[in-house]
Ligand binder design. Sequence first.
Ligand code: SLL
Length: 160
Amino acid sequence: QKRVKGVQIFRPFIYGTTAKPFDETTNPKPEGVPADHTHSWTVFVKGVDGTDITYWLKKVQFKLHESIPNPLRSVDAVAGQPFSISETGWGEFEINIKLHYVSESNEKPQSVWHGLRLHAYGTEEERAAQKASGEVLAWAYEEQLFNEPYENFYEILTSV
Ligand code: SLL
């Protein structure tokens, strides 16, 4: 297996959370959700503008707060779909997001940390905009770097 020397391939992606307060009209609380839960939220890893990233990303593990049942969640790739987990809760916490690359890459998994945001944050204007939209987004744009990829993985990366 040979590496392609002097080559770096970047693939953009987005990870983060989207949270919504429960509200009788816009986001009613589903049956069975505990009384102290105030929000529904989603944590995800996805391509930019719906771009497929499953040709380089095989699996994502989300490590949630230990107060949540089954805090370690594993999501396998489905072509064209985001890797995501949806939950309900009451508190903010740090989520560990572990990225597992396709086996052809020979890359070890890498993890990033992301702070779940339930409550509006930022400047007064930003908070007002979030309240008006009914959602709190905490999204991060990232670029995955593949340094000197193996030849067959280089083929995969560049044939999309
Ligand atoms: C805090 N340090 O005190 C944080 C912890 C934990 C949030 C937040 C539980 C949801 C469930 C939940 O929302 N935990 O019971 O499924 O703010």
